[in-house]
Each structure stands twice: as structure tokens, then as C-alpha cells.
Design a protein. Sequence first.
Length: 371
Amino acid sequence: MMHVLPIAGPGPVRATFLARPNRFIVRAETPALGAFDAYMPNPGRLRELLLSPTAAGKQPFVVAGVERDGDPVMLHTHWNNLVARRLLEARLVPGLETAEVVRAEVPVGHSRFDFLLRDPKGDLLLEVKSCTLFGNGVAMFPDAVTERGRRHLEELAALSRQGRRCAVLFVVHTPRVSSFQPDYHTDLAFAQTLVAVRRDVRIIAASVRWNADLTLDETVRALPVPWTRTAREAQDRGAYLLLLHLPEPCRIAVGGLGTVDFAAGHYVYAGSAMRGLAARMARHLRLRKRHHWHVDYLRAAADRAEALAVRSSTREECALAGALGAVFPAGPAGFGCSDCACPTHLFYGGSAPPLDQRPFHALLERFRMRP
Ligand SMILES: [Zn+2]
């Protein structure tokens, strides 16, 4: 279920999510209104929240939030600074209880920061980020690469070295978490920058709770950031999942494995690179290359390919393959596992994209979000 707001008229309406034809449009329906389009003000990918259709412009509605496990998760990014201002004015932001809001949208150099605050120690620049990615008790940000967000961190660190006080506040839109980490799986550069600037820039993460009627609860909790663990894990190494789609059944000569018949549909392959993970994933997505691994032959026949990093300091490839085996049927025996005892590292996802399947998201959360 999701919450949509009529552009004209009273309060939010609960509707069933149907589809997201593009970044800015969501299709939803209610028994009274039938199917309709709503404007989506959040450009994030939100793939773990918008699972069609079983999950909980000019459009007459705008999406406000989506329900997960019965709780609303705020998706309306335009509201985020209003939320932050309300929390600041209510003295609810952990560590900023004595700060007053002096001004919003503060231009400094070529950038604009969300708030200028003043407390007994002086002025403080505050940048606010909205976090809707969470699972396994852990909140993570960002859910898509944000070079702009990374640059903001560096600018704040530079201002701090010039003597200005600076802070970043991550507002996590669920109470169901007990820690916050930068999402080094999705945006390694952002995560490494956050780790690097934390001595110069105060990093605050706080969870909020939304009531069922989409009013903001007054319960705000400070979330710890496990910095030592994050610094260790946020490196360019670990495992990856390669998602491939075969548009039609194929018979493929797979190197030393011989000729293998593949059904049409989606496949998931588990691999790892304990050095140069990003380059390895980029190589898998490229078509022009000499075939080296079994999966290179399958990649050549695929019309869609996507790589998801599961970064870690320990080798998780076989554990991932084992977990995939509990979710999807096994692919050909011996595929991609010449160096280990696994039956296979390739799995058949069926006709629906794995990222539209809840068990696959649960697996990703288990490996990516470590409490
Ligand atoms: Zn293995």
C-alpha cells in the first residue's frame, strides 16, 4: 500500500501500488478511484520499497509515502527539509537540541546548504539527507550513486578546515533500525568520503516515525554509526551478483563446461573480486572482451545485464551462492565454481526480474546490511 496526496483537496489517500512506468510517475489504484497516475517526487530507485504489485507533472496525485511492514515510509523528498526544520524547532535532533534555525537554503561559494543554525557556540551549517533504504535493523544511504552528495561532503569538510562548524543530518524514515551506515555497496565513493570527513564534519543520523495518518511522531532516536567496521568494509573488494536476461532459449558453448541449454529468462550469478571489484563488475557488463570465465559466454547471449556489489572484507561468494540456491533453482552444474566445492554459482530467476522478487531483496539485505 502507498499514500498519495490529492493536489487539491483534503488529506492522504491509501492506494495499492501497481507500477512505476518512469522515475516521475507511479500507477496506483483504490476501489473508489480505480487506477490512476501519481507524481513521484522522489527520484531514488526505491526498488526494495516498490515491488509490483504485491507490495504493500500533471497528475492529480503526488506520492507521499509507501507502507513497509505496516509502517509508512516517507518518500516525498520535498518535505524532507520541512521535516528537518520541524525537528530542529522542536529541539528533537540529537546533539542539536540547543540550535536555532537562522536561515534555510544558505548559499556558500558555489553551493547551497540546507540550514544555517546558531547555538551557544556559534553558527553551524547543516546539510540534511533523507534516508529510506533500510533492512535487517540497519539504515543505509544513498540508494543510488550521488556525486552531488559526495561533493557536498567535501565542501563541508573544506569549510570546516577554514574554521566553520558543519554537520550532516541523515533523517531515517523508519523507527525499525538501530544503526546507520553509508551504503558502500551502492556508492563506494560517497561512503569513503563520509568516513574521511567525519573528523571535520559532524555526522548525525536519527530515525523518525510516521503515524498511519502521515503525521510525524515526536519519537526521534539517535542512530550510532559503526565507523571502524564501515572503514574496514567500505573498500573496493568483495562479492557481486550479476543479473542477466536471456530473451530466448539458447544453446551456448560454455568454455570447458561444454554445450549447455539455457531457458529464456533471468539468471543470477555470484562471483567475487577481493581486489578491483568495480572494474570486475564493469568488465562483466562490457560485451567486447576475450571470454575467460563461464559467465562471459552467458553474458554474450544476454540482452540485459546488471551488477550488484556486495562489498566485504571477507570472501562471501560461496555463501551468496548457497543463499541464492535457497531462493532460486540451480543453473547448470559446475558453472562458475571451478575453484570451490559449490554445485554451481549460477541460478535461474524465472520470468520475473529478481529485483521484482521479495525473497531476492531479503537475500540482498541479509548480505548487504550487517547489524
Ligand atoms: Zn562456491
